[in-house]
Design a protein around this ligand. Structure first.
Ligand SMILES: *Cc1c(COP(=O)(O)O)cnc(C)c1O
Length: 404
C-alpha cells in the first residue's frame, strides 16, 4: 500500500483550500523581545513578532532566565522519571505550592502542558464521576473537547457565553446526576470574556461543579495575575481552575488548582498525569520565578494594557476593522484563508512584521484572521510601523474598511 500517496493527497486538499500551514523559522533573541531572526529562502532577516502568546515577554525576563539557569546548574536537565518514579523534585513541589497560592486554592497539580491538563482532568472527571454530564461552552478549546470525548461522559453543548441556554440545559437534567460546567475566561481567538459571575451562580443553583480554563488570563488579569476569576473575586467559587505556564508566564507546562481531594483524585487516576516524565526541574523553577514576579509586579500588565489600547485606537482611526472585546487579543478578520496568508506573507516580506494567519481548524472557515497580541515590549515606534503597514495594505488590496 502506498501510504505516502494517501498522505500527500490529503495534504493537497489542504493546500487547495488555502489551509495548509507554513511555519515561520524563528530564532528568539533574549533581551530583544518582540524581535526575532527569521530564516527564509536562504537568508536571515529581523522581524517584529506581533502574534506571540508570550504575552508579557516573561520568557526572556532576567529573573526567569536566571532561575532556569540556576536550576540546570544545580539539578541538570531532565527530571529523570514520572512523578511517581523518582521524578518529583523539590522544584515541582515549590511550583505547585506557588500555583495553589496564586489561585488561593488548597492544592495544585502540574502537567506537561495546558493541553494535557485539560485532556487529563476532564477525561478523568467525566469517566470517574458516576453518570456525569459535562456541559461544555460551544467555544471551548480543542483540549477540553478531546478530554470530554475521551471521558465518554454525556456531553451537552451550550451556546457560547449564553447563560440562559446553560440554565435551560441544567434544568433539563436530573437533580441527582453529577454535572460539570466547563468554560473559559478569555476565549483565545475572539478575545471575548465569559460572564463568569452569572455562570457560577447558575452552576451553584443546580449543584454543578465549575471547570474554568484561565489559560489566556493567568498572569494578565487580577491584581496578582490570578486571572479573571481573581479580578472578579470569584476564584473561591470555582471548583477547578486550569492554566498554562506557556503563555503569559513564558515557560511551558500546564496545571489545575482546586481542593486537596480534587487534586489528589486527578493525581491518582489521570493517565495523562501518571504515565509521562515530569517536567524538567529547571522549567518548574523558571515558571515559579515568573509567577512570583507577576504576583508582585503590575508594571507589565499596565504597560500591555496601554499598548493594546493604543493599537485599537490607531486601527479605528484608519478604519481597519477588528473584533471588539475586553481583552488583550485583537483579531483583524480577513474571512478568507488565501487572502489571509497573502497579507501575512506581505507583512513579513515587505515590512518585517510577523503575524501568523489564523485559519481552519483553529477558527471556523470564513472567519480567518490576523490575531494581534501587543505586549509591554512593543514600543510606540513598533505600533507606528504596524499601523503604517496595515494602512498601506488596506489601500493596496482594497480591503473593506469599518464604517465610522
Ligand atoms: C493554548 C491553550 C491551551 C493549551 O495550553 P498549552 O500550555 O499551550 O498546551 C488550553 N486552553 C486554551 C484555551 C488554549 O488557548
Amino acid at each position: 500500500m502506498d501510504f505516502d500517496a494517501i498522505f500527500t493527497s490529503q495534504i493537497e486538499t489542504l493546500k487547495a483550500e488555502g489551509n495548509y500551514r507554513y511555519f515561520a523559522d524563528l530564532e528568539r533573541r533574549r533581551g530583544k523581545f518582540p524581535r526575532a531572526a527569521n530564516r527564509h529562502e536562504g537568508a536571515t532577516r529581523d522581524v517584529t513578532v506581533w502574534c506571540s502568546n508570550d504575552y508579557l515577554g516573561m520568557g526572556q525576563h532576567p529573573d526567569v532566565v536566571a532561575a532556569m539557569c540556576e536550576a540546570v546548574h544545580r539539578s541538570g536537565t531532565g527530571a529523570g522519571g514520572t512523578r511517581n518514579i523518582s521524578g518529583t523534585t523539590h522544584d515541582h513541589l515549590l511550583l505547585e505550592r506557588e500555583i495553589a497560592d496564586l489561585h488561593r486554592k488548597d492544592a495544585a497539580l502540574l502537567f506537561t502542558s495546558g493541553y494535557v491538563s485539560n485532556w487529563a482532568a476532564l477525561s478523568t472527571l467525566g469517566s470517574r464521576l458516576p453518570g456525569c454530564v459535562i456541559l461544555s461552552d460551544a467555544g471551548n478549546h480543542a483540549s477540553m473537547i478531546e478530554g470530554i470525548r475521551h471521558s465518554r461522559a454525556q456531553k451537552v453543548i451550550w451556546r457560547h457565553n449564553d447563560v440562559a441556554d446553560l440554565e435551560a440545559k441544567l434544568r433539563a437534567l436530573p437533580a441527582d446526576v453529577p454535572k460539570i460546567v466547563a468554560f473559559e475566561s478569555v476565549y483565545s481567538m475572539d478575545g471575548d470574556i465569559s460572564p463568569m459571575r452569572q455562570i457560577v451562580e447558575v452552576a451553584e443553583k443546580y449543584g454543578a461543579m465549575t471547570y474554568l480554563d484561565e489559560v489566556h488570563a493567568v498572569g494578565l488579569y487580577g491584581p496578582r495575575g490570578g486571572g479573571i476569576s481573581e479580578r472578579e473575586g470569584l476564584a473561591h467559587r470555582i471548583t477547578l481552575i486550569e492554566g498554562t505556564l506557556g503563555k503569559a508566564f513564558g515557560v511551558v507546562g500546564g496545571y489545575i488548582a482546586g481542593s486537596a481531594p480534587l487534586c489528589d483524585f486527578i493525581r491518582s487516576f489521570a493517565s495523562g498525569f501518571i504515565f509521562t516524565t515530569a517536567l524538567p526541574p529547571a522549567v518548574a523553577a523558571a515558571a515559579r520565578a515568573s509567577i512570583m514576579h507577576l504576583k508582585a509586579s503590575g508594571f507589565e500588565r499596565a504597560r500591555q494594557r496601554r499598548q493594546v489600547a493604543q493599537v485599537r485606537a490607531r486601527l479605528d482611526a484608519q478604519g481597519i476593522p477588528h473584533m471588539s472585546n475586553e481583552s488583550h487579543i485583537i483579531p483583524v478578520l480577513i474571512k478568507d484563508p488565501v487572502k489571509c496568508r497573502m497579507l501575512s506573507d506581505y507583512l513579513m516580506d515587505e515590512w518585517g512584521i510577523y503575524v501568523q494567519p489564523i485559519n481552519y481548524p483553529t477558527v471556523p472557515k470564513g472567519t480567518e484572521r490576523l490575531r494581534l497580541t501587543p505586549s509591554p515590549m512593543h514600543t510606540d515606534a513598533d505600533v507606528d510601523h504596524l499601523i503604517a503597514a496595515l494602512t498601506a495594505l488596506w489601500s493596496q488590496c482594497a480591503l473593506a474598511r469599518a464604517v465610522a
